[in-house]
Ligand binder design. Structure first.
Ligand code: GRF
Length: 199
């Protein structure tokens, strides 16, 4: 049996997508092992999910280090020690340092709760996305998995799935419908990437 790819997941919040990746890995549907969870927020529930699953964590907050450079170099060192091969951003609300984007080009993914290239970019996250979709009167939304480059929500699209916008939808109702799809497509897209299906 071939070895599993080593995956780091970056979170800033609840980490329900992290959970779906951990679960898919355990079920053997994703040929990757989550070896590290990184967060820029000490209280992110995603860190708790990691601990419960016995996965190592790294909190990367600039204020805990002497400088931004030191925080970045410790992060890079941790990725190296854990032999991380792929990085999945899952509700991570920071741009990655350029050195990581360059070093892992083509191996960093993100999930976004809309049909990119619509409703992406800086400031377009969480409820802002769903509010914008509803305000525009769109009849459909969805989720997108894409490769990460230097620009927010910009890299090559790997997988998308649509959901309908229902009459009377609130941002919360739409978010919940989209999140279900996210949990399904993120492991699938990562599996395809690892299997070289996007080459
Ligand atoms: C998801 O909607 C994801 O698309 C976006 O942030 C949210 C994270 O949710 N990037 P969770 O932390 O995975 O529950």
């Amino acid at each position: 049996m071939s070895e599993k790819a080593k995956l780091a997941v970056f979170v800033s919040g609840s980490g329900s997508n992290l959970q779906s990746l951990i679960d898919s890995s355990k079920k053997g549907e994703l040929a990757a092992e989550v070896v590290l969870v990184v967060s820029n927020k000490k209280k992110a529930y995603g860190l708790e999910r990691a601990r419960k699953a016995g996965i190592g964590t790294f909190v990367c907050r600039v204020k805990d280090f002497a400088s931004k450079e030191e925080a970045e170099s410790k992060l890079i060192e941790t990725l190296r020690i854990k032999q991380v091969e792929y990085i999945a951003l899952a509700g991570y609300l920071r741009l990655l340092p350029d050195s990581i984007v360059t070093g892992y080009r083509g191996k960093i993914t993100n999930i976004h709760p809309a049909l990119l290239p619509k409703y992406g970019g800086k400031g377009m996250y969480g409820h802002f996305v769903h509010e914008a979709v509803l305000a525009a009167g769109d009849t459909e939304s969805g989720a997108t998995v894409h490769l990460v480059d230097e620009i927010y929500d910009h890299g090559k699209i790997l997988m998308q799935e649509k959901v309908p916008v229902e009459p009377g939808d609130t941002p919360e109702a739409l978010a919940a419908r989209v999140l279900k799809v996210e949990h399904r497509i993120y492991p699938k897209a990562l599996e395809n990437l690892i299997q070289g299906k996007y080459d």
